[in-house]
Every structure is written in C-alpha cells, then in structure tokens.
Design a protein around this ligand. Structure first.
Ligand code: BG6
Length: 457
C-alpha cells in the first residue's frame, strides 16, 4: 500500500461560474463571461453560455450528499464576486444566505470547504472601468475579500485569493481566449501586477482582521523542460519559468519578486506602474499555503527570432514540440505525471517546504457516452489510470519530504468550461445537459476506494 499522510485532503474543485448556474438571477450582476456571451455567442462551443452550467445553485444540498457518497472530505469552489456584491459595494442578502447555507451543508457533512475568491470572473462594472488594468481594481478586490472574510469567516478554514492568475493575464491580454481578448504584452504585465497586488492586499485584510483559518493562492504550474542542455535552451526555460510561475509563486511565498524577472522586463521596457509601498506589502503579506493546479509540463527552446521591441513572451522562449510526448488528444495537452514529483521537490527545496496541495489535476475527454456500459455507467478507465500515475509521483514526492496535504481532482460533476462549453468532460459524475441528472462514473467509485484506503494499492 502507498499510504498518504494522515488527514490528507481528498476532494475535487470547481468554480462558481462553472457550477452554480443562475448567472443572471437572484441579484447577480454580469461578469465579463455573461457579457461576452451576450455580445459574441458564436465564440462559445455550440453556443453554450454561462447561464445554466451545473445548476448547483439549486442542487447543492443533493450534490453535497453526492460528495459524501464517494467519501470526499474536502471541496473547492469560489464565491461569485458579482453575486455577492453586484455593484461592488452593496451586499446581496440572497447571496449571503445561499453561500452560508452551502458552506454549512459542506461542513455538517464532513466536507471541508476551500473557498476561492476569483476564478476568471471579472465583474462587468469593473471591466468597464478597465478591469485589472486600473489600480482601482486592487482596492475593489480588497474590499470584496474583506466582505467575504466578515460574512463567511466562521465557516471557512481555507481561503484562497485567486485561481490561476496567470490565466486571465495570458488568455485576456496575450492570446485572445478570454475577454477583452487583446494582444498587448505591456498591458498583460500591468494586469498581472495589479492582480498580484490585489492578492497581496486581500492577504493583508485577512491578517489584519485576525480571522480564523488560513489563506493561500492557487497557481497553475507547468514545470519547464528545455529542449536540450544548451545555454540558450536552458536560458529560455529559466525565463519561461520566471514569467509563468515564479512571477506569482515568489511574491506569494517568499515575499519577493525575482530580480531576474524585473531585469528582463526592464530591458524590454515592460515594467508596470507601481505604488511606493507595494514591495513592503508584498514582503509582509505572504501566504500560509499554496494550491498547485497541474495538468501538463511546458517544453521550451530558445526563441527562433527576437522582436525589438519585445512584443510577446515568445521573444524570450519558443514552444518545443517534444517528439516523445504522450498526449490527451481531446484537450491537446501532454500527459507527463513525472512533473508532479518535480513540483513537489521544487516546493520543498525552493519554497521553504511550505504546506501545499494539488488543487487541480484531471483529464478532459470528449463524447464520454461512448464508454457507457449496459448499466449506464461511464467506464472511464483512462481517467483512473491518469490519476493513479499522477498520484504515484505525488507519493514519491511526499516520501521525499515534500509537505503536501491534499489532492483535488478537476472536477466533481462535469462542468461548463469557458469557450469550450461542455466539450471535454472531467467529472466523477456525468452531467446530463437536458435533465441536470448526475450519474457516478467508474472513476468516482475508484476515488471512493482510494479515499477509504487513504492511498494507492
Ligand atoms: C483550469 C481551470 O485551468 O483547468 C478550470 O481552473 C478549467 O477553470 C480547467 O475548467 C480545465 O481546463 P479546460 O479548459 O479544459 O476546462
């Protein structure tokens, strides 16, 4: 048996916009997703927008029972900023009742809520003022965070400020997948910086308020592997790591921004506008724990040509297509479980062995009905294999001393996924889009046994 540490957190993650539904109801104001869908529905897979999603707004009590049925002891979701504070200032009482009841339900059923504050869902009222491009967003987020701590602090033991902050930076300001879909490296850096300061000021609010529990941040991590050992390729991997991972991980855990990153941005005239006391705030407001979302590694090589002035991260590193890679053809992502061991070691050796957990890991597969057996259960052996292989590596990392306290899959019930709609399914429960019916998949059974054994056989 490969036993995991005592009290290990086993569970799954989702987010408010991907699971609640009722996106225009019960006092919620629009986020950029609601607005973008209204403006350009054709961008969304099969016209599937954010309004309906999994309907946990109505069904959370039954869904918590489903978590309990598979013995999950923890669950992450987020609060929708636009539901709680529709105009950024006024509290929506209906939202307070909903979230309190939802979090209570989790607690009384032995499922620890891990509550995140921002999962790509920028309020439209703030986006109209410039969103993360403007400093005002930092204060607005800090106010929202404090409101959450005040209203729900007695129910939540683990808070996180952001989910994958690099994603709204690169998808919104470099690669066109999220609103406002612009391609502007300088803006992207400013957006990232304001997000970092919003995170920092939320942590400060948490410390100043002496709330119970702990606070962290969830980052997407794709360890960088260079094509070769050449100086150029290794340098490309180092910069890719600085831009994509260390830009948030260092300030969040160590309280510093890497000097090499600052130098590199300065050389390309990409430094953001900052405020005088920012560095002190960053230094004084580090996190208690880290969540790492791991799906795929990043393989890089030296850039083929460099633009002056620098116009995109690809001027620093180029994507390397490793010929030996194993791929998930539905999502197009490489499958490389070994990287999870490397993540565990990186946190142990470079980040003070801070407590951390795998906050997302999973496999999105299209048309899963193909794998349904005569009883109606999806036989998703590929997902079980995927998770087992990743857990093997995680186990190895824990055995080597890394301070990991949990593993969450993405996701619990198949959910709506931004521009991809319902194309790829990730859940332990299958979702019927017509009826909202949920059905356990084989992986859900497997997960329950894993939790019962607290480890792999
Ligand atoms: C993570 C996000 O990046 O990956 C989720 O936190 C997302 O919101 C998940 O749904 C899976 O990615 P995708 O794009 O296949 O839904």
């Amino acid at each position: 048996m490969k036993k995991f540490p005592k009290h290990f957190l086993w569970g799954a993650a989702t987010s408010a916009p991907q699971s609640e539904g009722h996106s225009s109801l019960n006092g919620k104001s629009p986020s950029t997703w609601d607005k973008w869908y209204e403006l350009a529905p054709e961008k969304f897979q099969k016209d599937q927008g954010p309004e309906h999603t999994t309907n946990m707004y109505e069904l959370y009590k039954e869904d918590v029972k489903r978590m309990k049925d598979i013995h999950m002891n923890s669950f992450r979701t987020s609060i929708a900023w636009t539901r709680l504070l529709p105009d950024g200032k006024t509290i929506n009482q209906e939202a307070v009742e909903f979230y309190r009841s939802y979090f209570e339900e989790l607690r009384v059923n032995g499922v620890k809520p891990i509550i995140n504050l921002f999962h790509f869902d920028m309020p439209w009222w703030l986006m109209e003022k410039g969103g993360w491009e403007v400093r005002e967003s930092v204060d607005a987020f800090a106010f929202y965070a404090k409101t959450c701590f005040d209203l729900f602090g007695d129910l939540v033991e683990y808070w996180t400020t952001f989910n994958e902050p690099m994603v709204h930076v690169e998808c919104g300001y470099l690669y066109g997948y999220h609103y406002p879909a612009v391609n502007d490296f300088k803006k992207a850096v400013q957006v990232g910086y304001h997000t970092l300061m919003a995170h920092t000021m939320a942590v400060k609010m948490f410390r100043n308020g002496n709330y119970p529990g702990e606070i962290g941040i969830i980052l997407n991590v794709s360890p960088c592997y260079p094509r070769s050992e050449s100086v150029e390729d290794r340098q490309a991997a180092e910069i890719a790591d600085l831009l994509n991972t260390k830009s948030f991980l260092d300030p969040a855990v160590l309280g510093t921004i890497p000097k090499k990153l600052i130098d590199c941005l300065a050389e390309s005239q990409l430094l953001p506008v900052t405020a005088k006391t920012d560095l002190i705030e960053i230094e004084q407001n580090t996190v208690d724990f880290i969540g790492m979302n791991y799906y795929q590694p990043r393989r890089v090589k030296a850039p083929e040509r460099v633009n002056h002035p620098t116009s995109s991260p690809e001027d620093f590193y180029a994507h390397y297509d490793w010929p030996n890679k194993k791929i998930n053809p539905y999502r197009g992502w490489e499958i490389y479980p070994e990287a999870l061991y490397d993540v565990a070691m990186m946190i142990k050796n470079e980040y003070k062995n801070i407590p951390w957990y795998v906050s997302e890991n999973g496999m999105g597969v299209a048309d899963e009905e193909r794998f349904m057996d005569e009883t109606g259960m999806i036989q998703d052996d590929y997902r079980i294999e995927f998770m087992e292989e990743h857990l093997e590596q995680l186990y190895k990392g824990i055995e080597a001393g890394s301070n990991c306290f949990g593993y969450h899959s993405w996701t619990f019930i198949d959910c709506w996924s931004w521009l991809n709609g319902y194309k790829n399914r990730y859940g332990f429960y299958q979702l019927d889009l017509e009826t909202d019916q949920r059905r356990l998949k084989k992986s859900g059974h497997w997960f329950k046994e894993l939790i019962d054994h607290n480890g792999l056989k």
